[in-house]
Each structure stands twice: as C-alpha cells, then as structure tokens.
Design a protein around this ligand. Structure first.
Ligand code: MSP
Length: 491
C-alpha cells in the first residue's frame, strides 16, 4: 500500500465540457479507482482554469463579469463529472483564494531565485490555446495546434529563464526514461529541447482578469503559470499536510497538445522553486468525431452528459477506453458506440451474467441449494490476474480491458462447452460455482472502468464487491438472487 496522486489538466471554462474533456477525466478516474481498490491512499485532483484571456473575452461577449461567467460554466463541469461518475477528491478553481495566494508565493520564490527578468515580448499569441508563438512556429500564419488566427503582441513583459533549465531537463529525461509515456512523446520533447529554447513570457499586460504579478502589479500572471501551479496549490503548498504526503504527483494525465507545458515548462518551474518533479506524465491522444476535428463551427461537438443519459455512463466510459490505446488518437461516433454496446457489453458481458444467474436460479433445487466449493479456481486460474494488475499499474488501460474481455469470452465458451443444462448434481454445482467465481473476479477488475456495472454484477451474484485481496479462489457460498439484464441492446 502506498500513496497515489493523480491529476487531470484543469479545464478552460469558456464552454461546457465535451467528449474530449471527458476522455482525460475518465482516464484519471480509472487510475484513481484502481489505486483505491489496491488500498492506496489516493488523491485525485481535477478542476478549472479560469484566468485566461479567452475566458475574459467570452465573458465580455456575453456582457457579464468574468467571475459570474466562470461560476456558471464551472457548475456545468461539476454536473458533467457527477453524471460520469468521476470520483475526484478535490475540485480546484484557479479563482480560489488559496490558489491565488499560492501562485503569488510560487512567483515570489522563482523571482528571488533570480530566474525572472524584465524585457519585451514581441511575437504571436493564440488566444484559444493561450500560447505564445514565434514566426517559425506558425503554419500558414495560423496557430500550429488549433489552426486558428493568432494575434500580434508587442508589450513589456517579465520572462522566466526557461533556457537555463534546458540541459537539466534533458538530463532528467535520461535519468528517468519513463517520465513521459508513451515514449515517443518524450522524444518529441527532447528534440524540441535540443533546438533553440527561448525564455518564457510569464506576464500579460492586457489580461486584468488574471492574478496580479507580485513583483510589478501593473502586470498579470500568464495563465499557464497560474494553471500549472494548481497541482501543488491544491495540496496546500508550501506547508500543507497533503503536500508533504502526496507530492510529487504520481501521474499528470494530459492530452498531447499540452505536453510541452507539462513536460518542459512545469519541470523547469519546479526546479527553479526547488521542488521535486512529478513521477510521470501520461499523454493521451485526441478524439475526433465521425472522423472530423470537433468544433463549434462544424456543429459536431459531442456532449458527454447527453451521451451518458442516452446510453449509460458506463457504456460511454467503456467506449472511451476501448476505442484506442492510450496515446493514440481515436474517433467517436454513435454508430461505433452502439456497436460496442451491442457487440461487447450486451453480447459478452451482459449475456454471461444473465445466463449464469438465471441458471443458478433455475437449477437451485437440482443442486440442493448448494453450489459446490471444490473446483472454483479452475476458471480463475486461466485468467492472468497478475498480468492485469501490471497493465493497470503501467497505465495500459486499453490492454487491461482487452484482457478482461478475453476472460469474459472464455467464460462464455465454458458455458457453451459444458452445457450446464445437461448436467446434474455435483457436476452442475461445480460448473455454476466456477462461473460465479469467474464473474466475481471480473466484477472487481472491471470496477475502475465501469463502477456501477461492477456493483450491479456483485449484487446479482449476491456478494459484496471485493477488493484486491479478493482476487483469488475463495470458498464462497453463493446465493445469486437477481436476474436483471445489465445492458440492453440498442437498436
Ligand atoms: N487549461 C488547459 C490545461 C491546464 S493544466 C495545468 C487546457 N484546458 S482544455 O480545457 O483546453 O483541455 C483540457 C484537456 O482536454 C486536455 O488534456 C486536452 O488534451 C483535452 N482535450 C480537449 N479536446 C480533446 C479532444 N478532442 N480529444 C481528447 N482530448 C482533448 O488545455
């Protein structure tokens, strides 16, 4: 047993969450639930990033004060994460007083270290991505990440000596080859670091909605420096109990477009402040919708709340993980979701459970109300539980889910091979017992992915949902009671 600190990026609150945001947060939730199952002390952090220029602009466009605007959107995030069963321990807002104070202290620390100097910024700024860009980074004069218009900025600014940390970070990568996963994302960062690294503008003149910059209050803190600090301010840095216990983060879960911020800028800021670096940055790919990038103008933005309500939260959670390996891009379409629901959740998982439970009820008298206990591990033995544990510990959620599905298939095959309805007495009791044992083990391992389904399965087979210690053959007397369908076929 240990501690596990997992974070999601904090979300810009210019609009309600979409399926891409749900993806990040579901990954983190699965990791958090897995570690709780293992008995670890877990701190799962998510929240909202509220001081950006784009937020200020969105509020202006609606004719309301930024604070009123963000307060409304934040509620939409909280509601969505409730629907998606996101078990965060803390929801941080960068407008929280404690956070704002911590940002002040963090800047102060770096300033005193001599890593901040005054200069002038001249270059480009992408408001939607809140990113400074150089001429050479632009693609056809537009933002290389989002493809949108950028604006020219020329203003007095304070800079952080990012270049000073370039070699230190490269060394850190060498010493910690698993710092960024998947690995090719680390090579991307290393290549960029080996080229020219400019110091980072860390203040904005025009964004008066942001946190004032302590050393010179006519400036405001650049939103990314403010946002990254949330990972420590949420723990009560500098001297909070949680900070001492949970820092460094075990994993920052992020999307691919914000890797530079998390794997270069954040480590450099931490080094400057004399703090430990996170253990890992897990970089996931992007979701497109029906093969296209999601965008308001295309009108193809998918609302995870609507999808959850229409199909079920667990079906969506399952789909998000099942559609691609973490790190790869994937596509969302209702058609693909329906096909996973019918083809895997209903046909494999749902079917296994309803068949087993109804056979148990039907043959209860036949086996004298007793399910035999001698051979319960026959099937469980076929199932490589250690492998799943390792996959989960290594953030290989797609692969773990695949193993789980394989196991379900083998249980279904076991029913087909044994034809329990043709058996009598002990043979029948043993068969049903083996199936129930398999299902019980499955119900535990599927818990991080589909928490309510997992609870429903345990209820149906009449046991309490177990923990990691229960992932072995047990002498349980089963009394299955329910026979409801877990998933329904979608037409
Ligand atoms: N506010 C910053 C993060 C600051 S963290 C200190 C930010 N916010 S965001 O709302 O734009 O994005 C939050 C997360 O959602 C990122 O991990 C991003 O990769 C993810 N996604 C946004 N759109 C996505 C898809 N279409 N697909 C998958 N994830 C994507 O960046």
């Amino acid at each position: 047993m240990g501690k596990f600190y997992v974070t999601t990026p904090i979300f810009y609150v210019n609009d309600k969450p979409h399926i891409g945001h749900a993806y990040t947060v579901v990954i983190a939730d699965i990791l958090a639930r897995w570690h709780r199952l293992k008995g670890d002390d877990v701190f799962f952090l998510t929240g909202t990033d509220e001081h950006g220029e784009k937020i200020q602009k969105a509020a202006e466009a609606r004719g309301v004060k930024p604070k009123q605007f963000v307060d409304e959107v934040v509620e939409k995030y909280k509601e969505a994460w409730k629907v998606l069963d996101i078990s965060y321990n803390k929801f941080i807002r960068t407008t929280d007083k404690e956070h704002e104070e911590a940002v002040g202290k963090f800047i102060d620390k770096i300033y005193k270290k001599g890593d901040i100097y005054k200069g002038e910024y001249e270059g480009w700024y992408c408001v939607p991505d809140e990113t400074f860009l150089t001429d050479s980074q632009l693609v056809d004069g537009k933002c290389p990440m989002c493809g949108r218009e950028v604006k020219k900025v020329k203003e007095e600014a304070y800079f952080f000596k990012l270049s000073k940390y370039k070699d230190k970070i490269l060394n850190f990568y060498k010493e910690n080859p698993d710092f960024i996963i998947p690995n090719f994302r680390m090579s991307e960062m290393a290549n960029r670091l080996e080229g020219e690294v400019k110091d980072l503008d860390i203040t904005r003149k025009s964004v008066s909605w942001a946190i004032p910059f302590g050393p010179d209050k006519s400036h405001f803190v650049y939103v990314w420096v403010d946002a990254l600090t949330n990972y420590i301010s949420a723990l009560g840095w500098p001297d909070g109990k949680n900070f001492n216990f949970f820092w460094p983060a075990d994993v920052h879960v992020i999307g691919k477009e914000i890797n530079w911020f998390h794997s270069v800028i954040w480590p450099a800021l931490l080094m400057s402040a004399g703090l430990e670096l996170p253990n890992r940055v897990m970089v996931h790919g992007w979701f497109t919708v029906d093969g296209k990038k999601m965008s308001k103008s295309l009108g193809n933005v998918v609302d995870p709340v609507e999808i959850s309500k229409k199909y079920s939260t667990d079906a969506l959670r399952y789909f998000l993980i099942r559609s691609a390996k973490l790190g790869e891009d994937s596509d969302f379409s209702e058609k693909a979701l329906i096909s996973k629901i019918n083809g895997e959740l209903v046909s494999n998982i749902g079917n296994l459970i309803s068949r087993t439970v109804s056979m148990c009820k039907k043959f209860y008298r036949e086996i004298d109300g007793e399910l035999y206990k001698e051979t319960g591990d026959e099937l469980v033995k076929q199932f490589d539980i250690e492998k799943i544990k390792t996959l989960m510990d290594n953030f290989m959620l797609y692969e773990a889910l695949e193993e789980l599905l394989k196991f379900v298939k083998s249980l279904n095959k076991y029913i087909a091979d044994r034809e329990p309805w043709k058996l009598r007495g002990k043979q029948l009791g043993d068969t049903l017992y083996n199936l129930l044992e398999g299902i019980r083990v499955f119900s535990i391992l599927i818990y991080p992915f589909m928490p309510s389904t997992s609870l429903e399965i345990s209820k149906q087979i009449g046991v309490k949902l177990g923990s990691i210690e229960d992932l072995k053959f047990e002498k349980i007397v089963y009394k299955p009671k329910y026979g409801r369908y877990i998933f329904s076929r979608v037409k």
